[in-house]
Ligand binder design. Sequence first.
Ligand code: HPA
Length: 249
Amino acid sequence: MSELIAVIGGTGLYSMMDGFEMTRQEIVSTPYGEASSPLVFGTLQGREVVFIARHGFTHRLPPHQVNYRANIWMLKKAQVSKILSVNAVGGINPQCPPESLAIPDQIIDYSYGREHTFYAEDLERVVHIDFTYPYTPELRKTLLTAGENMDLQLLQSATYGCTQGPRLETAAEVKKLQRDGCDLIGMTGMPEAALARELSMQYASIAIVANWAAGLTGEELSMEQIELHLQHGMEKVNKLIAETVRLGA
Ligand code: HPA
Protein backbone atom coordinates (compact mmCIF):
# COMPACT_ATOMS: atom_id res chain seq x y z
CA MET A 1 0.00 0.00 0.00
CA SER A 2 1.48 3.35 -0.93
CA GLU A 3 1.47 5.89 1.83
CA LEU A 4 -0.70 8.97 1.72
CA ILE A 5 1.21 12.14 0.98
CA ALA A 6 0.03 15.65 1.80
CA VAL A 7 0.99 19.00 0.39
CA ILE A 8 0.71 22.01 2.66
CA GLY A 9 0.45 24.87 0.23
CA GLY A 10 1.76 28.25 1.18
CA THR A 11 1.40 31.72 -0.25
CA GLY A 12 0.89 31.49 -3.98
CA LEU A 13 -0.49 27.96 -3.94
CA TYR A 14 -4.14 28.72 -3.32
CA SER A 15 -5.19 27.32 -6.63
CA MET A 16 -4.69 23.63 -7.13
CA MET A 17 -1.54 22.26 -8.64
CA ASP A 18 -1.35 21.43 -12.34
CA GLY A 19 -2.46 17.91 -12.99
CA PHE A 20 -4.18 17.62 -9.63
CA GLU A 21 -7.68 16.26 -10.01
CA MET A 22 -9.84 16.85 -7.02
CA THR A 23 -12.02 13.98 -5.89
CA ARG A 24 -13.53 15.24 -2.62
CA GLN A 25 -13.20 17.71 0.22
CA GLU A 26 -13.55 16.94 3.88
CA ILE A 27 -13.95 19.30 6.83
CA VAL A 28 -12.47 17.77 9.95
CA SER A 29 -12.99 19.07 13.45
CA THR A 30 -10.00 18.76 15.73
CA PRO A 31 -9.40 19.00 19.47
CA TYR A 32 -7.21 22.02 18.69
CA GLY A 33 -9.82 24.08 16.87
CA GLU A 34 -10.32 24.84 13.24
CA ALA A 35 -7.77 23.90 10.59
CA SER A 36 -6.80 26.42 7.90
CA SER A 37 -8.78 24.72 5.15
CA PRO A 38 -10.70 21.54 4.44
CA LEU A 39 -8.73 18.50 3.34
CA VAL A 40 -8.78 18.45 -0.43
CA PHE A 41 -8.30 14.92 -1.75
CA GLY A 42 -7.40 14.23 -5.31
CA THR A 43 -5.04 12.41 -7.61
CA LEU A 44 -1.70 13.52 -8.95
CA GLN A 45 0.44 11.26 -11.13
CA GLY A 46 -2.09 8.50 -10.50
CA ARG A 47 -1.66 8.65 -6.73
CA GLU A 48 -3.95 9.89 -4.05
CA VAL A 49 -2.68 13.16 -2.59
CA VAL A 50 -4.26 15.46 -0.05
CA PHE A 51 -3.81 19.18 -0.09
CA ILE A 52 -4.40 21.89 2.47
CA ALA A 53 -3.96 25.64 2.18
CA ARG A 54 -1.95 26.90 5.14
CA HIS A 55 -3.35 30.41 4.98
CA GLY A 56 -6.87 29.32 4.01
CA PHE A 57 -8.19 29.32 0.47
CA THR A 58 -8.76 33.06 0.58
CA HIS A 59 -5.47 33.80 2.32
CA ARG A 60 -7.12 35.05 5.48
CA LEU A 61 -4.60 33.73 8.04
CA PRO A 62 -1.30 35.50 8.71
CA PRO A 63 1.60 33.18 9.66
CA HIS A 64 1.30 33.74 13.42
CA GLN A 65 -2.41 32.89 13.36
CA VAL A 66 -2.21 29.66 11.43
CA ASN A 67 -3.49 26.84 13.62
CA TYR A 68 -0.51 24.60 12.99
CA ARG A 69 -1.63 22.01 15.53
CA ALA A 70 -5.07 21.61 13.97
CA ASN A 71 -3.56 21.32 10.48
CA ILE A 72 -1.04 18.65 11.42
CA TRP A 73 -3.45 16.73 13.61
CA MET A 74 -6.03 16.72 10.80
CA LEU A 75 -3.47 15.30 8.37
CA LYS A 76 -2.49 12.59 10.84
CA LYS A 77 -6.12 11.66 11.34
CA ALA A 78 -6.49 11.35 7.55
CA GLN A 79 -3.67 8.73 7.64
CA VAL A 80 -1.11 11.01 6.02
CA SER A 81 2.42 9.78 6.62
CA LYS A 82 4.42 12.23 4.50
CA ILE A 83 4.15 15.99 4.21
CA LEU A 84 5.61 18.23 1.54
CA SER A 85 5.47 21.76 2.83
CA VAL A 86 5.75 24.76 0.55
CA ASN A 87 7.20 27.83 2.28
CA ALA A 88 7.78 31.29 0.85
CA VAL A 89 11.05 32.79 2.05
CA GLY A 90 13.39 35.71 1.72
CA GLY A 91 16.89 34.84 0.50
CA ILE A 92 19.99 35.70 2.54
CA ASN A 93 22.53 33.34 1.01
CA PRO A 94 23.79 34.72 -2.35
CA GLN A 95 22.81 31.34 -3.82
CA CYS A 96 19.14 32.09 -3.03
CA PRO A 97 18.01 34.75 -5.51
CA PRO A 98 14.31 35.48 -6.03
CA GLU A 99 12.41 32.66 -7.78
CA SER A 100 15.01 30.05 -6.82
CA LEU A 101 14.11 26.97 -4.80
CA ALA A 102 15.87 25.41 -1.83
CA ILE A 103 15.35 22.22 0.17
CA PRO A 104 16.32 23.31 3.68
CA ASP A 105 17.99 20.87 6.05
CA GLN A 106 18.13 22.93 9.25
CA ILE A 107 15.95 25.35 11.17
CA ILE A 108 16.49 28.13 13.67
CA ASP A 109 13.22 29.14 15.28
CA TYR A 110 12.76 32.82 16.20
CA SER A 111 8.97 32.66 16.32
CA TYR A 112 7.12 33.11 19.60
CA GLY A 113 3.70 32.83 21.16
CA ARG A 114 2.55 30.07 18.83
CA GLU A 115 0.96 26.85 20.04
CA HIS A 116 3.98 24.73 19.28
CA THR A 117 3.50 21.30 20.81
CA PHE A 118 1.00 18.49 21.24
CA TYR A 119 2.75 17.60 24.48
CA ALA A 120 1.55 20.54 26.54
CA GLU A 121 -0.96 19.15 29.02
CA ASP A 122 -2.51 16.00 30.49
CA LEU A 123 0.79 14.22 30.12
CA GLU A 124 1.64 10.89 31.63
CA ARG A 125 5.27 11.79 31.10
CA VAL A 126 7.27 14.66 29.65
CA VAL A 127 8.10 14.12 25.98
CA HIS A 128 11.15 15.54 24.22
CA ILE A 129 11.26 14.57 20.55
CA ASP A 130 14.58 14.28 18.76
CA PHE A 131 14.82 17.21 16.35
CA THR A 132 18.51 17.14 15.48
CA TYR A 133 17.59 16.85 11.79
CA PRO A 134 14.26 18.64 11.57
CA TYR A 135 13.43 17.59 8.01
CA THR A 136 13.11 13.90 7.15
CA PRO A 137 16.29 12.94 5.25
CA GLU A 138 14.58 10.35 2.98
CA LEU A 139 11.90 12.77 1.89
CA ARG A 140 14.47 15.50 1.25
CA LYS A 141 16.41 13.02 -0.85
CA THR A 142 13.36 12.23 -2.96
CA LEU A 143 12.80 15.95 -3.54
CA LEU A 144 16.43 16.38 -4.60
CA THR A 145 16.22 13.39 -6.95
CA ALA A 146 13.02 14.79 -8.45
CA GLY A 147 14.83 18.09 -9.01
CA GLU A 148 17.72 16.30 -10.72
CA ASN A 149 15.34 14.36 -12.97
CA MET A 150 13.88 17.65 -14.11
CA ASP A 151 17.17 19.53 -14.43
CA LEU A 152 15.80 21.92 -11.88
CA GLN A 153 18.33 23.79 -9.84
CA LEU A 154 17.72 23.33 -6.12
CA LEU A 155 19.87 24.57 -3.28
CA GLN A 156 20.53 21.26 -1.56
CA SER A 157 21.24 22.43 1.94
CA ALA A 158 20.04 25.54 3.72
CA THR A 159 19.23 26.77 7.20
CA TYR A 160 15.73 28.19 7.50
CA GLY A 161 15.23 30.95 10.06
CA CYS A 162 11.61 31.22 11.17
CA THR A 163 10.58 34.74 12.16
CA GLN A 164 7.31 35.78 13.72
CA GLY A 165 5.94 38.14 11.09
CA PRO A 166 3.69 39.28 9.70
CA ARG A 167 6.01 42.22 9.15
CA LEU A 168 9.20 41.66 7.22
CA GLU A 169 12.53 42.04 9.01
CA THR A 170 14.68 45.09 9.58
CA ALA A 171 18.05 45.27 7.83
CA ALA A 172 19.77 44.78 11.20
CA GLU A 173 17.67 41.70 11.94
CA VAL A 174 18.68 40.20 8.61
CA LYS A 175 22.36 40.84 9.44
CA LYS A 176 21.87 39.04 12.74
CA LEU A 177 20.13 36.11 11.05
CA GLN A 178 22.99 35.96 8.57
CA ARG A 179 25.52 35.88 11.41
CA ASP A 180 23.51 33.11 13.02
CA GLY A 181 23.93 31.05 9.86
CA CYS A 182 20.50 31.39 8.27
CA ASP A 183 20.37 31.09 4.49
CA LEU A 184 16.65 31.77 4.22
CA ILE A 185 14.00 33.52 6.29
CA GLY A 186 10.36 32.59 6.40
CA MET A 187 7.45 32.86 8.80
CA THR A 188 5.68 29.51 8.48
CA GLY A 189 8.25 26.75 8.91
CA MET A 190 7.73 26.47 12.66
CA PRO A 191 6.16 25.04 14.68
CA GLU A 192 4.82 23.02 11.74
CA ALA A 193 7.94 20.89 11.25
CA ALA A 194 8.20 20.05 14.94
CA LEU A 195 4.52 19.17 15.22
CA ALA A 196 4.86 16.77 12.29
CA ARG A 197 7.80 15.13 14.06
CA GLU A 198 5.81 14.89 17.28
CA LEU A 199 3.20 12.85 15.41
CA SER A 200 5.90 10.76 13.66
CA MET A 201 5.14 12.05 10.18
CA GLN A 202 7.79 12.52 7.54
CA TYR A 203 8.18 16.18 6.64
CA ALA A 204 10.25 18.16 4.14
CA SER A 205 10.04 21.69 2.83
CA ILE A 206 10.30 23.28 -0.57
CA ALA A 207 11.39 26.85 0.10
CA ILE A 208 10.57 29.27 -2.65
CA VAL A 209 12.47 32.53 -2.62
CA ALA A 210 10.17 35.53 -3.01
CA ASN A 211 12.71 38.32 -2.45
CA TRP A 212 16.17 39.17 -1.25
CA ALA A 213 15.93 39.57 2.52
CA ALA A 214 15.50 43.12 3.83
CA GLY A 215 18.46 45.43 3.47
CA LEU A 216 20.49 43.21 1.17
CA THR A 217 19.80 45.18 -1.99
CA GLY A 218 19.40 48.67 -0.52
CA GLU A 219 15.86 48.81 -1.87
CA GLU A 220 12.56 48.58 -0.05
CA LEU A 221 10.58 45.39 -0.46
CA SER A 222 7.41 45.60 -2.53
CA MET A 223 4.51 43.18 -2.21
CA GLU A 224 3.96 43.36 -5.97
CA GLN A 225 7.51 42.18 -6.65
CA ILE A 226 7.23 39.47 -4.00
CA GLU A 227 4.00 38.15 -5.48
CA LEU A 228 5.39 38.16 -8.99
CA HIS A 229 8.47 36.18 -7.95
CA LEU A 230 6.29 33.73 -6.05
CA GLN A 231 4.06 33.22 -9.05
CA HIS A 232 7.06 32.36 -11.24
CA GLY A 233 8.65 30.17 -8.60
CA MET A 234 5.40 28.32 -8.05
CA GLU A 235 5.42 27.03 -11.61
CA LYS A 236 8.62 25.16 -10.75
CA VAL A 237 7.26 24.03 -7.39
CA ASN A 238 4.20 22.48 -9.03
CA LYS A 239 6.38 20.44 -11.36
CA LEU A 240 8.73 19.44 -8.56
CA ILE A 241 5.83 18.18 -6.45
CA ALA A 242 4.41 16.19 -9.36
CA GLU A 243 7.77 14.52 -10.02
CA THR A 244 8.29 13.83 -6.31
CA VAL A 245 4.90 12.15 -6.11
CA ARG A 246 5.67 10.20 -9.29
CA LEU A 247 8.84 8.90 -7.67
CA GLY A 248 6.66 7.46 -4.96
CA ALA A 249 7.72 9.74 -2.14
N1 HPA B 1 11.15 37.34 5.45
C1 HPA B 1 10.33 36.49 6.09
N2 HPA B 1 9.42 35.78 5.46
C2 HPA B 1 9.31 35.90 4.13
C3 HPA B 1 10.13 36.78 3.41
C4 HPA B 1 11.10 37.53 4.10
O1 HPA B 1 11.87 38.33 3.54
N3 HPA B 1 9.78 36.68 2.09
C5 HPA B 1 8.76 35.76 2.04
N4 HPA B 1 8.49 35.28 3.27
